[in-house]
Design a protein around this ligand. Structure first.
Ligand SMILES: *[C@@H]1O[C@H](CO)[C@@H](O)[C@H](O)[C@H]1NC(C)=O
Ligand SMILES: *[C@@H]1O[C@H](CO)[C@@H](O)[C@H](O)[C@H]1NC(C)=O
Ligand SMILES: *[C@@H]1O[C@H](CO)[C@@H](O)[C@H](O)[C@H]1NC(C)=O
Ligand SMILES: *[C@@H]1O[C@H](CO)[C@@H](O)[C@H](O)[C@H]1NC(C)=O
Ligand SMILES: *[C@@H]1O[C@H](CO)[C@@H](O)[C@H](O)[C@H]1NC(C)=O
Ligand SMILES: *[C@@H]1O[C@H](CO)[C@@H](O)[C@H](O)[C@H]1NC(C)=O
Ligand SMILES: *[C@@H]1O[C@H](CO)[C@@H](O)[C@H](O)[C@H]1NC(C)=O
Ligand SMILES: *[C@@H]1O[C@H](CO)[C@@H](O)[C@H](O)[C@H]1NC(C)=O
Length: 579
């Protein structure tokens, strides 16, 4: 009871505590801030892409705060975007793939989200909403009007099958038919559209939420014979010769001599020199392609300044998921649970946001919808699996003490390499279904995963940032200790935490330890490691296990469930059936 009360107050404080510093908007009677959201596609944090964006650095990094521990919770475009726009984990949206039956635009529609997602809520709260660029995969030149996307005052969407064609894009504006932009550079077409929407937005007497979602630095994808063909991204001509000598950073996990990772990843061959050379060029082409986004950041911020509204506008920069090239011997791609794919850029500038700072508070894409609604002073939704991200100095200081330390990571289905097919072979790896938790505090930094093959991984990123040493690879050794604790004791806690997270809803996702310890005396892993809980965790809990690998979220493949048919012993209670 008491816990619920404290939690409720903290929630309300987090939700409404940050708007006090907002200055008056110069042109609107409604003083709420404008929000510009720039959402790139497949941009890495760990391969150094931000180091090649001087205008982003000048306008956002130096004028705002970088969230170094920001994560996507599912490392692929459409599922990650649906999570972002609904504030729900993918296991709750059940949009888990880029195309039907498990994902894509049709699944977004059939799950009922067109009437119930962020832009609709923002409109209800009195915002004008604008969007240009890529929204979802499988949003096509054939299905864009059945039905039309709801929630935007103005929209101009890139459509499949031309979404990833840098020189032959198709856009579809409001309720107009699609228009083809053959031989025009996608980045420049997009910039024109976003500047146009900005001009529209400032004429209105309402605050606005404007999203621009460039394709850069995603691979170029065309379909010469119906089948998707991946190639490196295509830069604008003016950027085509930049960075001639740059290569993928040779971190210790780059094309390592010993296999690493789990499941199909562990069996990958080391890459040949020819393969590495190709991938280095792929990398340079990404850096060149993203220059048009760097220019776009400059164009947007400059215009906001010219309109006199920069000081009442939040500019928020992120991407849908990360990217790897060569780490763990992987060909260019995403879809894995390793740091390169899940830990992604989030940079924010705006009223009250500390300048030129970085924070280590743990945040994820499921937190963004609550964050946007909070900025708009609009009510939060009961369905949210995330928690508003603080932007103010006081909010950040409080989060450092109180915010949770975990990220729930999940994936279903196939893995697809996006490099040259001669290196990928003909293989798609279809056992790429796993659950994972990333957990970060001052004293630990861990990644724990369970695969659909029932393989397990545990990495100590404090000593093994490249995730090369899976501590659970050989189940024969009991002598290893971590955090002064025998491994099996630690794993018992992590497994129970992940057991809650993999099917959590709402507040359970934000305070999962409270689902295990309703008295509220356990708030983090450190608390749970207390020896008084040894019996509770080691002998009385269900363990995560899969019965088989599936390409989607099929409950009967995923073993016991915390809040459905599973039995779970909660501290201080009897065996308990969760409905
Ligand atoms: C470019 O797009 C148009 C339709 O928007 C399509 O008809 C044409 O085949 C495309 N060209 C190439 C080279 O893909
Ligand atoms: C399409 O072309 C690729 C080579 O670019 C080939 O491997 C594939 O079999 C073709 N698919 C069809 C359906 O013809
Ligand atoms: C790239 O490397 C070549 C050969 O080492 C060198 O001549 C050239 O100056 C380098 N270019 C840049 C831009 O660093
Ligand atoms: C914001 O900038 C505008 C235009 O430069 C100025 O008129 C206004 O006073 C500024 N507001 C605040 C709170 O600084
Ligand atoms: C696991 O066992 C193999 C051989 O059985 C050994 O080479 C490897 O070093 C062990 N790995 C760990 C993490 O203990
Ligand atoms: C390791 O510990 C587990 C749990 O305490 C036990 O079941 C297992 O037999 C031990 N293995 C070895 C090789 O001692
Ligand atoms: C995929 O997982 C299934 C178990 O669900 C297993 O039987 C199969 O061998 C795995 N395939 C590969 C290629 O590892
Ligand atoms: C998720 O969607 C798939 C495809 O429609 C469906 O088969 C599955 O039962 C759904 N999973 C859950 C947990 O609802």
């Amino acid at each position: 009871m008491l816990w619920c009360l404290i939690f409720g107050l903290a929630w309300a404080a987090a939700a409404y505590g940050q708007n006090s510093a907002n200055p008056k908007a110069p042109i609107s009677l409604d003083s709420r801030p404008n929000i510009v959201f720039i959402l790139t596609d497949d941009q890495d944090l760990h391969l150094g892409s931000l180091d090649y964006m001087p205008l982003l650095r000048k306008h956002l990094v130096e004028q705002g705060t970088s969230y170094k521990r920001h994560f996507c919770t599912i490392a692929i475009c459409c599922p990650s975007r649906v999570s972002l726009w609904t504030g729900q984990a993918a296991h709750n949206t059940n949009v888990t793939d880029v195309s039907p039956p498990y994902g894509g635009y049709p699944k977004f529609i059939s799950q009922g989200y067109n009437d119930n997602w962020l832009p609709v809520w923002l409109q209800e709260a009195g915002y004008n909403t604008y969007y240009t660029g890529k929204l979802f995969n499988a949003h096509t030149t054939s299905n864009y009007d059945s039905p039309f996307i709801k929630g935007f005052t103005g929209s101009d969407f890139l459509l499949d099958p031309f979404t990833y064609q840098y020189l032959n894009s198709s856009f579809q504006r409001n309720h107009d038919p699609p228009v083809n932009y053959a031989n025009q550079y996608l980045g420049d077409v997009l910039a024109g559209k976003v500047y146009g929407f900005l001009d529209d937005a400032v004429k209105e007497d309402k605050p606005f939420f404007l999203t621009v979602a460039p394709i850069a630095p995603h691979a170029n994808v065309d379909r010469p014979n119906g089948t998707a063909r991946f190639a490196p991204p295509i830069p604008a001509e003016r950027h085509a010769n930049l960075f001639p000598n740059v290569t993928v950073p040779r971190t210790e996990n780059f094309n390592p001599g010993n296999p690493s990772g789990a499941s199909w990843i562990r069996n990958l061959p080391q890459q040949s020199q020819e393969n590495v050379d190709y991938n280095d060029e792929f990398y340079r082409l990404r850096l060149r392609t993203i220059q048009s986004v760097d220019e776009l950041v400059d164009g947007v911020v400059t215009r906001l300044e010219q309109y006199g509204i920069l000081n009442n506008t939040y500019v928020i920069y992120s991407t849908d998921n990360g990217f790897h090239i060569g780490q763990h011997r992987l060909q260019p791609g995403k879809e894995c649970g390793y740091e390169e794919d899940i830990n992604i850029p989030l940079i924010v500038r705006g009223p009250g946001v500390p300048k030129n700072e970085a924070t280590e508070i743990v945040t994820s894409h499921t937190d963004l919808s609550p964050t946007f609604l909070t900025l708009a002073d609009a009510p939060l939704r009961a369905t949210f699996d995330g928690q508003a991200i603080p932007f103010s100095r006081s909010g950040l200081d409080e989060a450092k003490e109180k915010r949770h330390e975990h990220v729930n990571v999940e994936f279903w289905g196939m893995y697809l390499g996006e490099g040259a097919s001669r290196f990928n072979g003909d293989t798609d790896y279809d056992n790429n279904t796993y659950k994972a938790v990333r957990i970060i505090s001052d004293s630990y930094s861990l990644y724990y995963s369970v695969w659909c093959t029932n393989e397990h991984e545990l990495y100590d990123l404090k000593t093994d940032p490249g995730q090369l040493n899976n501590l659970l690879l050989n189940s024969t050794s009991n002598s290893t200790t971590l955090l002064d604790c025998p491994l099996q004791k630690l794993v018992a806690r992590l497994d129970s935490l992940l057991f809650v997270l993999k099917s959590c809803k709402g507040k359970e996702c934000i305070r999962p330890w409270a689902a295990l310890h309703p008295q509220g005396d356990v708030a983090n892993l450190q608390d749970a490691l207390s020896p008084r809980f040894d019996d509770f965790y080691e002998n009385q809990q269900e363990r995560i296990s899969f019965t088989r690998c599936e390409l989607g979220y099929l409950l009967d493949a995923e073993g016991p469930q915390f809040n459905r048919n599973g039995l779970l012993y909660r501290e201080g209670s009897i065996w308990h059936h969760w409905i």
